[in-house]
Write a protein that binds this ligand. Structure first.
Ligand SMILES: Cc1ncc(COP(=O)(O)O)c(C=O)c1O
Length: 395
């Protein structure tokens, strides 16, 4: 007989214990089983780029589910080939590897970087330099590369082959590059660390340094990619081209998928058997990924993200003028928007949730507003009105 004490929840406690639960969603709205409506500006942490249950995605997923779910990469997957080709056609990349999450996409990029130098007979070039306040995922290598003590404690033992320099400090980066350096990894717009775009000047200087030192430049666009900033990838607005790029989150619009994008030269070392994933590029995930692109690449979609982002931003600027003692500044690009607070950001998030607006916390005492990319102007206005009422309550 099993005499173990009764446990109410079998899930590990690593996510804390959230109490709010949703039953269904439509567009920018989430509903509890009791029919309570919430305005969702988290979108599963920048994942549901087309909102909840977008009809194009539901159709693509259900049609694929009726036909074929999974075969593995032992066989050709037409949907993956098509999605890969479309990403290549709309980015700097020549080659794509599919996996299932952001961390796996970053990990695939790290492996490709090391393998590239190994294949050139320069295996000593294996170290990767990251920037402070970065976030690259929760696998061993991705936490090791971000150097966030809250994530590495008890997990990262010894040196894992990463170095770190201050975000935006080009001299520090130049000094940190040594004989063993293989690459620099950075988020063109930092997400978890507080929404912080790198400047074009800084990115150009990093690119020039990488070229001068013969090392690779990798962008982690897991959060900033897939239309979030108003271009398919943020680098396309910032004007600096990487050698490798990690993509995920919005790529599946809510269905798990990740991708490592890179140039043909960098990809050449990833020969048959060098890397793999059972599920990566699976027909369900890539059918949905193609449907995401059908919507996102339609004329006007990305311009509308920029326009809506400006509308949100100007509303937030007005709130800063009204509550200068509570709010500091608006940051970000497109619909990847940060609101840096003087007041406790967690308390503001609580007040917003009480008023049925959902937003995400980010570093630097800020909140992140990550609405669906097709959010309606009236939904932005509703969110701004809720923010005003929450700020009035706090002031
Ligand atoms: C920039 C960045 N990289 C990597 C990741 C990790 O993605 P995932 O949680 O899908 O593994 C995230 C997730 O928030 C991210 O924002």
């Amino acid at each position: 007989m099993n005499s173990a004490p009764h446990k109410t929840n079998a899930l590990m406690d690593n996510y804390g214990s959230p109490s709010l639960e949703f039953d269904h969603g439509r567009g920018s709205e989430l509903f509890t089983a009791d029919g309570e409506r919430y305005l969702d500006f988290t979108m599963g942490i920048a994942v549901n780029c087309l909102g909840h249950c977008h009809p194009t995605l539901v159709k693509a997923l259900s049609e694929q589910a009726e036909k074929l779910w999974h075969t593995s990469n032992l066989f050709r997957i037409t949907q993956a080939e098509r999605l890969g080709q479309r990403l290549v056609d709309h980015s700097f990349a020549d080659k794509v590897f599919f996996c299932n999450s952001g961390a796996e996409a970053v990990e695939a990029c790290y492996k490709t970087i090391r393998r590239y130098f190994f294949a050139k007979g320069e295996a000593h070039k294996h170290r990767i330099i990251s920037l402070t306040s970065s976030f690259h995922g929760r696998t061993l290598s991705t936490i090791a590369s971000a150097f966030n003590k809250a994530h590495t404690d008890g997990f990262v033992i010894g040196d894992s082959g990463f170095d770190q320099v201050e975000f935006g400090d080009i001299d520090a980066l130049a000094n940190a590059i040594g004989d063993n350096t293989a690459a620099v990894v950075l988020e063109p717009v930092q997400g978890e660390g507080g929404i912080r775009p790198a400047t074009t000047d800084y990115l150009e200087a990093v690119r020039a340094l990488c070229d001068e030192k013969n090392i690779l430049l990798m962008f982690d666009e897991v959060q900033s990619g897939m239309g979030r900033t108003g271009s398919l990838y943020a680098y396309q607005q910032l004007g600096v081209i990487p050698d490798l790029l990690a993509s995920a989150k919005g790529l599946g619009g809510g269905f798990p998928i990740g991708a490592c994008l890179c140039s043909a030269e960098v990809a050449a070392s990833m020969t048959a058997g060098s890397h793999g994933s059972t599920f990566g590029g699976n027909p369900l995930a890539t059918a949905v990924g193609n449907a995401v692109l059908d919507e996102m690449l339609a004329p006007g979609f990305l311009d509308n993200v920029k326009r809506t982002g400006l509308h949100l931003r100007s509303g937030l600027e007005e709130l800063i003028s009204s509550f200068p003692e509570l709010l500091e500044e608006v940051t970000g690009m497109g619909l990847m928007v940060g609101l840096k607070c003087h007041t406790d950001a967690a308390a503001l998030i609580g007040e917003l949730q009480n008023r049925h607006l959902l937003v995400v916390k980010a570093g630097g005492n800020s909140i992140r507003l990550l609405p669906a990319l097709n959010v309606k102007q009236e939904e932005i206005d509703e969110a701004l009105a809720i923010l005003r009422s929450a700020l009035e309550a706090l002031s």
